[in-house]
Structures are given as C-alpha cells and as structure tokens.
Write a protein that binds this ligand. Structure first.
Ligand code: ADP
Ligand code: ZN
Ligand code: ZN
Length: 763
C-alpha cells in the first residue's frame, strides 16, 4: 500500500503530494490525516507530513518509492483533523482528494496583499550610524538612503520602502540577516463594525418559550459532554437567533468555539450587527464579498485564537477551530447549503461528521425544516424543539388564498387579483409598505393550464415534464437551453415534445388541457421586470424598488436596495426569493405572492417542498412589527396541499403529505438517491455510454438488498452546457452504502472510457 503525503498544509501546496510506501508494520496506524515522518529530497533528510490518501497503485516505478520512516505521536492537530474530514468528504460524495482538500482548506493564494510589514531598528543608534558611515564611504547609495530614513523615522513601512524609497528587498534582507533590523508583520483586516458603539447593548430577556428551549439544550450540552444534536423548528419571527446566542454564551463559557452558519443571502449587515453587538471582536465573519486576502486574515485570526465565533455561509463550516464546541446551521433548509460544485457535499451531513470528530454539538434551525432534518428529528436521531409563537408577540398575518382561475373567468387578466389590488391601494393610502414576490426559481419550460391549473407530469416519476424540441439538433445558434426548453408555444407543434428528465419518458406537446380541454395551455412565464412595469402602470404614484439577479449584480446593491426599502424610500418592493430574507421591515404589512404555483412546476422532486418553504417564508415577512399584516397568495391550484398547508402555516400536515409522496416514488429522504451525470462533447457517444452503464448497473444491482430502482438514462435538465452533452442515470436505494459502491463502480468504468466526464449528485 502507498500513501500520498503532503509536507505543508497550505493552499498553495495542496497539489504537491508525494507518494511513499507504507511499511507493513505501520499499516494499521496510517489513515488520511495521520502525521508521519518521511525521508525527503536527495539527501533524505527527515521531515514531517500528513497522509492525505491511500492507494494500492504506485505512481512511479515501485522500487523508487521510499518508505515512511515513522508515524508521529497522535497529535490530533487541526490540520490532521481537517485532512481526515476531507478524506471522508471525498469518500462520501465522490470527488478527487484535491477538490476535497481545497474545500476544507479554503485559503487564497493572494496571501500577501493584506500583510502590513514594518521595518524596525534592532541595533542601537550608534551601531546604525556606523553602518551609515560605512555606506557613505563605500558609495552604497541605496543603503545610505535606507539608513538615513530609518534613523530619522525609527521604523519604516516595508511597502513604502521598496516602492517609494526604491530600496530592493535584497538590501533589506541583508540588513535583517546581519541583525541590524527586524521585520514585523501584522495582518490588517478591515472590521466593518469598528465604528459601531456597543456600550448601549443589553441582552434581551428570553421569553418563556425561548428560555425553555435554550435551557433544555444547554442542559443537554452539559450532561452529554457535547453531543446535543437537535432541530429547532421555530416559526418566522419566533426569536431563534436569541436562543442560539444564549446557547453560544454557554459554549464560550466552557472555553470552546462556535461556528454559526447563515445562508449568504441572510448574512446582511443587520444580521451580523446583532452578533457584533453581543460578542464584539470575538467574531469572525466570512462572506463571498471578501477578497482572498481578507478571507485569509479571518482564517489566521481563527487559527491564532483571536476569534471564538465564526459566522458565515457554507464555507465557514471549515473554520480551523481546535476546540470546537458547537455548530449552528440557521435556515438549514436553504438550498445553498448544498455545494453546487464537486465535492457536492451536504453542509448538514458534513457538520454532523465534523461535530462527531470533535465532540461538538449541532443545532439546526428553521421555520420550514427540510424533510431530511425533520425526518431525523422524528426518528430520534436528533432532538426536536418547537417554538410556536412570535417573540415580540407580533401577531401572525391573515392569509388570503386567491384562485386565479376565477379571476380569469371574471375577465381579469392582469397579474393582480382584485383582492391584492385593493389591499395594495389600502396600504398606499395608509403609507405602509408592500412586498410582491415572484418565486421563479427553477421555473422554465413546464406546461400548465391557465384555466384549470393542471400541470403535465411524468406518469412514472410524478414530476413536471419539460418542453423539448425534437428532430435534428438546433444549429441556429443562440442559447441551446433556450432553444430546447423555452420554445414558444406558437412554433409548429410537431416539433415539440414534453420530456421527463429523470426517466426519459416523452410525449408530444398537448394541444389542449387533458383535464379541462382548455386551449390556454402552454409554458407561461413572467419576469420581475415585467411585474415592475405593471405595478407602475397600475399604481402610478407608488415608488417601486426591484430586487433580483439583474439589479444586484454589483457588490453592495443587494444590501442597498434592502436598506432603501427599510428606510421607507419605496412603497413597494418587488423581487424573487431574494427578498424573503435578512431584513425586518416594520412598516411592511402586505406580502403578495403573485403566482404561487411557479415553483411547483419546476421539474424537481423537491418542487413541492420548495414551494411550501417559499410561501411560508414570504408570508413570514408580513407584519413583523407592531402593525398586523396580510398575505395574498395567488394561485391556479388553491387546493394543492403545498398551498393549503402553507396558507395555514401547518408544517406537520405538509410534512405528512409530502413524505407519503416521497415514499411512494422512492425519493429522498424516504430513500437515498444518486444521480450519475455523464458528459461528452460527442452526443452519440454519451447517449450510447449512458445506456451501457444503466444496463450494467441494472444487472449488478438487481436482487441487492435495499436497491429500489434505476431510472433513465435521460437527458439532463441542462442537456448541453459548454459544448458538453449531458445524460443522467438515477439510482434509488434504501441504503446509502450501496450508492457509494455504485459511485466507485461507475468511477472505475469511466476511467476506462476516454472522452467521458462524470459527476455524482447524491440526494
Ligand atoms: P427568527 O430568526 O426566529 O425569525 P429573530 O431571532 O430574528 O427570529 O427574532 C425576531 C424579532 O424578535 C427580532 O426583531 C428580535 O429582535 C425580536 N426578539 C427576539 N427575541 C426577543 C425577546 N426575548 N424579547 C424581545 N424581542 C425579541
Ligand atoms: Zn385545464
Ligand atoms: Zn419520468
């Protein structure tokens, strides 16, 4: 057996591993993360390194591979633990070890940019003056200039010295070697709260419901010596953050450290400030707007023990704390907790793993828990706590479900129902604010009826079919996705079909609704810009702000738009799901959801879950202050269980219904699911190979305990991307381990298949 060893854990060196032989006597001691001593270089001087991977395949001639000298005492350092975690991620999610290491050690190469270095005199003034005399005598003008400046100023900024005084680094290095000067470096990092005055902060007293939950969790943490994993299911505005902070206080008091994960979109100034007011400079904040250098500063602050709490999105899970006591995942249901690039890890699962390795606890929190988390809680794997009332006694809003089919029948074709229009007018008169919400996520090219709300679904998979163009592939240029999927319905019908992207089922595009016979069937869509125009037409005096991917391209525009609305610079805020997070708008008393069904149509088995979450979270934005709120949900499917249960904020009813669907269809979390994505530049080739592997897997898996079914092969939802054609095969199983075996089997098969790329998506 051979071990890949890395000699220095830093981002620049992650790619540089060296292979060594594992002597028989060490076999049982060596695993990913083990610190070892190895002979290195020509002279075989011994140095230390970490094992990052193990294999039975030599990368060079076996006789040239040197053996490991010894295994170091179990030091259990943070580096060692992070390497072990990377290895677990690689095994679980099927990535390369290199990708996994880059995930857990997220350090930029641009380390230098934020280091301020100062040149300080080390020798006495006399000694330096003597050096100056010598430099003058020898006509070393650069040295002369440098010493004169240093003597007059006492110390010099390094960058200024090299750039402005034009002294080369080698001259400075020489003085340093000779002991004349010393170079101090300090990481400078910008603290966005430096100016904020914390003196007025008072901890709020928890209300009874909050204290009960906090006390129970704190007592579990004390009793179980940190393995108090739980889910806090608390309605929107129930004050979960205060509960987290009470528990964080306890963990800090034990001398341990905390990772607080918040989705990027909720990580606003307002949110972070709450933590800063309470914990001051003991917090470290990570977000995607940090430069590489700033990110590295935070990494170092954590490594040096200058911070105890790291707040950030997904990547903050890898904060290098060595006394980690608690990981909190707020809004745990958010899709952004699943990595969209390899390794496609689930933050929740990795958090449980990291906590297990370090004896820490995990707290999940949400108003709309993922089915995975809730199932875990119901099965007893983690504890469940519920908070059913709003913290500051704000009342929950009144929810009105409006049937848009009836509006159509009454000849109202506008995007505003009569109910919504009158409530908007009412709010404009009262100078209160309105949020209008368009949940467009994932919606494109699905076929639905505007008369009866019927959505066309795959008879085998029970997810929406997607419009496809049949016949020869399109060479007309433009966006291929556009051509294939968003084809306008006025094109000749014989060219269009509806396809399931899980199993490949296909049928011609219908001409009339199979349920009610209406001709108003097709792929409908509306964008936020269109909505904005229609608001301006309908309510000419209203001031409107729009928040979507287009208006938030700039670094700070997201924050600017939200705070503009918070400062009442607009009456109406219209946007995508982005608007449902992060800010409290006390004056916002009306939330309108324009087409609740849009996210229901998305061709994904989680469409219903996403819809329930979006409707509930959006409703939760209304009436968070002293004024009572209203919510209007416009829909073509008022009787759909997702809409029904969301309108009553009845999570339990939603969960039961949704789980029975998952069980019947073998979707997660009832079963585990692996989607193998095959990609090739050659369309015919990838089609052939996807059929081959589906066949191989069928034979291999049939009769296996736990195996449920193979679905596909089919075109991927994004069939062609970057010139690659993409096909998917989906495997459902009651046993996760079986899927990991499938991944290893496919990996080996792909490695013998030139021109084929593969990606694994575990669900
Ligand atoms: P959640 O995260 O559950 O949606 P938050 O923690 O943001 O809820 O709290 C909602 C609002 O209630 C915030 O404005 C918060 O300051 C306030 N709040 C929370 N707990 C208390 C409390 N014990 N007393 C008074 N106000 C509270
Ligand atoms: Zn119909
Ligand atoms: Zn299907």
């Amino acid at each position: 057996m051979y071990a890949d060893i890395i000699v220095d854990i830093s981002a620049e060196n992650l790619d540089k591993t060296y292979q060594y032989l594992i002597p028989d006597k060490m076999k049982d001691q060596v695993a990913a993360g083990t610190p070892v001593v190895i002979p290195f270089g020509k002279g075989n001087r011994t140095i230390s390194g970490y094992v990052v991977d193990i294999s039975d395949k030599p990368k060079i001639a076996p006789e040239r591979i040197k053996p490991i000298v010894s295994v170091k005492e179990k030091e259990n350092s943070i580096d060692s633990k992070m390497v072990a975690l990377a290895w677990w991620i690689k095994e679980q999610y099927g990535s390369t070890m290199n990708d996994a290491l880059h995930t857990v050690i997220p350090v930029s190469k641009k380390v230098r940019e934020n280091i301020a270095r100062t040149i300080v005199q080390k020798e006495s003034e006399e000694e330096l003056k003597a050096r100056l005399g010598e430099a003058v005598r020898k006509k070393h003008v650069a040295k002369q200039r440098f010493l004169e400046e240093l003597l007059s100023a006492g110390q010099l900024d390094y960058n200024l010295t090299t750039k402005k005084l034009n002294i080369s680094p080698s001259v400075i290095a020489k003085f340093e070697d000779e002991g004349a000067i010393r170079i101090d470096s300090a990481q400078v990092y910008r603290n966005p709260f430096a100016e904020v005055d914390r003196s007025g902060y008072v901890k709020p007293d928890l209300n009874d419901e909050q204290s009960k939950v906090a006390d129970a969790i704190i007592s579990d943490i004390k009793k179980q010596n940190n393995a108090a994993n739980c889910l806090i299911h608390g309605i929107t505005g129930s004050g979960k953050t205060e509960i987290y902070m009470a528990i964080i206080d306890e963990v800090l008091a034990q001398g341990r450290q905390v990772i607080m994960l918040i989705p990027e979109i909720s990580l606003t100034y307002q949110t972070v400030k709450r933590f800063y007011m309470r914990y001051g400079n003991r917090i470290s904040i990570i977000n995607s707007r940090l430069t590489g250098g700033e990110r590295y500063d935070q990494y170092l602050r954590i490594k040096r023990g200058e911070a105890d709490i790291c707040i950030g999105p997904r990547s903050a899970l890898f904060a290098p704390f060595d006394r980690l006591g608690l990981i909190i995942i707020d809004e745990e249901h958010e899709g952004s907790y699943i990595s969209e690039k390899a390794p496609r890890y689930s933050t929740r699962e990795v958090a449980f793993k990291r906590a297990e390795m370090e004896g820490a606890s995990v707290i999940l929190g949400s108003a709309t828990p993922s089915l995975e988390a809730y199932t875990m809680a119901k099965s007893g794997r983690i504890k469940l706590f519920s908070v059913l009332n709003r913290a500051n006694n704000a009342a929950l809003p009144d929810v009105h479900v409006v049937d848009m089919r009836a509006e159509l029948k009454s000849k109202n074709r506008s995007i505003f129902s009569r109910k919504l229009r009158s409530l908007i007018e009412d709010r404009l008169n009262k100078h209160e604010q309105v949020m209008l919400f368009l949940n467009r996520r994932g919606y494109s090219g699905t076929v639905s009826c505007r008369e009866c709300g019927h959505v066309i679904k795959c008879p085998h998979c029970d997810i929406s079919l997607t419009l496809h163009r049949t016949g020869p592939s399109d060479t007309a240029g433009g966006n291929d996705l556009q051509n294939r999927r968003n084809m306008p319905t006025d094109r000749p019908e014989e060219q269009a079909s509806m396809v399931c992207h899980y199993c490949g089922y296909s049928e011609p595009l219908v001409k009339a609704c199979p349920k009610c016979g209406s001709k108003y069937i097709g792929s409908f869509g509306i964008g936020t810009q269109k909505v904005e125009e229609q608001i301006k037409a309908a309510f000419p005096t209203a001031r409107v702000l729009r928040l979507d991917a287009d208006t938030t391209k700039n670094k700070n525009s997201y924050e600017e738009i939200l705070s503009g609305f918070a400062n009442e610079e607009a009456d109406i805020l219209v946007g995508t799901q982005m608007i449902v997070k992060g800010h409290d708008f006390g004056k916002c008393t009306l939330v309108g959801i324009l087409v609740a069904d849009m996210s229901l149509y998305s061709p994904d088995f989680r469409a219903g879950e996403r819809t329930f979450q979006l409707l509930t979270q959006a409703s939760g934005r209304a009436g968070r202050g002293k004024l009572k709120g209203d919510v209007v949900i416009q829909t073509y499917n008022p009787e759909h269980y997702c809409v029904e249960t969301a309108s009553h904020a009845d999570y339990q009813a939603f969960y039961d219904e949704e789980m029975s669907y998952r069980r019947i269809m073998d979707y997660p979390p009832a079963r585990c699911m692996l989607t193998v994505v095959l990609e090739s530049l050659d369309e015919e080739f990838v089609i052939g190979r996807s059929e081959e592997i589906a066949g191989l897997l069928k034979t291999r898996l049939s009769g296996n305990k736990g195996f449920r079914r193979i679905v596909g092969p089919a075109d991927a939802p994004l069939y062609k991307a970057n010139d690659y054609y993409r096909r998917v095969v989906t495997i459902k199983s009651g046993d996760y381990g079986l899927l990991v075996d499938v991944k290893d089997f496919v990996q080996e098969w792909v490695e013998n298949s030139a021109g084929l790329k593969v990606d694994y998506v575990f669900n």
